[in-house]
Design a protein around this ligand. Structure first.
Ligand code: FAD
Length: 285
């Protein structure tokens, strides 16, 4: 199977890091140290998540500004569900004025208790809107789901939705995290057959905390293979064993992805530097 983009199997792979906005001044200070440690890896960009319904907008934009001020390309995640075209236009003008050149364009999920509403239904609507209003001002990343988005009608419908989103004008994609490289390679191959020709970068979640991982995975539909789940359960509260096991599992996964020629690796850092640095060091990123 060949990947639809230039293979990086033999080259130094581009890496990118994802953070979530901090809530306190102390948290923001700590995050500066985390980012500084990760900048050693010369990331292609660092991205900052956007809370459901825009709930973290100020924190997201503030962290994006800090990253830009640190001389690193910053991507703002941006979700459209529940928003109006006027409010999206205004926020995008703000980001453009800040010097932001990269967005992760998402539908997002409404916080419980919010009605649907809004003028955007899917991420593809947002991508088309950004391209129509801002042309090439932003490099647009979109989300991809090798193990199928949890609300999708079917795997085929989800794949088609991904293709539609790319055709609407996305420049590249980042996947939801997964632990089975076959799911990624199959997804990319199928998308390629349907005409997708943009890089689809695997999103990697380090394993450091088993209860948090199980909670996230249940919410976002990422499958934890049975053997990994059972091994993690077997470690109980033994944090050191969980970290050591998690490190080995993710190093193997990234090795398989590298050998398969992925176009880059995006890390969900969970605002921690050490687990990501350890993985990068071991796999030569
Ligand atoms: P879409 O691509 O719009 O897809 C949503 C659902 O609608 C899918 O089931 C899809 O199959 C279906 N669909 C799409 N188009 C159609 C159509 N035309 N007809 C019928 N069905 C359709 N969440 C946050 O709140 N903040 C973040 O910062 C954030 N960052 C993320 C970053 C990455 C890399 C990833 C993978 C996910 C991220 N998420 C984030 C989670 C994301 O918001 C949720 O997964 C959300 O439920 C879907 O957003 P989307 O942009 O993928 O939606």
């Amino acid at each position: 199977m060949s990947l639809p983009f230039e293979s990086h199997a033999q080259l130094k792979l581009p890496v990118s890091f994802e953070f979530f906005p901090t809530k306190t001044p102390e948290g923001a200070l700590k995050q500066r140290d985390v980012r500084k440690a990760l900048y050693v890896k010369k990331p292609e960009f660092c991205s900052v998540t956007f809370g459901a319904g825009g709930s973290t907008q100020a924190g997201t934009f503030a962290m994006v500004q800090e990253i830009l001020d640190e001389g690193v390309d910053a991507a703002s995640h941006f979700s459209c569900i529940g928003a109006t075209k006027a409010s999206v236009r205004e926020q995008l003008h703000t980001l453009k004025a800040m010097g932001v050149k990269r967005l992760v364009a998402l539908r997002g999920d409404l916080p419980s208790g919010y009605g649907a509403g809004g003028e955007f239904h899917y991420a593809s609507d947002l991508v088309a809107f950004i391209r129509a209003e801002f042309g090439d001002d932003f490099h647009i990343e979109v989300a991809a789901y090798p193990e199928v988005h949890p609300q999708a009608r079917s795997a085929d419908a989800d794949l088609q939705a991904f293709v539609t989103k790319v055709r609407a004008g996305a420049h590249s994609a980042i996947t939801q995290y997964f632990f089975n490289s076959d799911a990624y390679f199959r997804f990319v191959d199928d998308a390629y057959q349907l005409g997708v020709d943009v890089p689809v970068v695997p999103g990697i979640m380090p394993i450091t905390n088993s209860s948090q991982l199980m909670r996230f995975s249940d919410m976002c539909g990422a499958e934890i293979p049975r053997w990994i789940r059972l091994r993690l359960q077997g470690f109980g509260d033994d944090a050191a064993s969980i970290k050591a096991f998690g490190h080995d599992v993710i190093v193997d996964l990234v090795d398989q992805l590298k050998n398969g020629g992925v176009p880059g690796v995006h890390f969900y850092t969970m605002n921690q530097s050490q687990p990501v640095l350890d993985i990068c060091d071991e796999v030569g990123l």
